[in-house]
Unconditional design. Structure first.
Length: 70
């Protein structure tokens, strides 16, 4: 991103985002799918395996595969 041309940076932002909302000096950015799905996936706070919560990567992967099939 740092070494890309202005047009390539603009294309990347268009690909990643869908909506912008400005409130005063605050800018809120909404991501396009599937990027929003990745950001909103379930997380494991400690980073290690948890006995009481299932692994979530395969669930995210299934959702992404379904998205790209459409």
């Amino acid at each position: 991103y740092k070494t890309a041309s202005f047009q390539n940076k603009r294309d990347l932002v268009k690909t990643l985002t869908s909506n912008f909302l400005v409130n005063g000096k605050l800018v809120f950015i909404k991501l396009n799918l599937p990027f929003e799905m990745v950001v909103n996936r379930n997380s494991v706070p400690s980073g290690g395996p948890q006995r009481d919560s299932p692994r979530t990567f395969h669930i995210l992967l299934e959702k992404l595969v379904e998205y790209f099939k459409q």
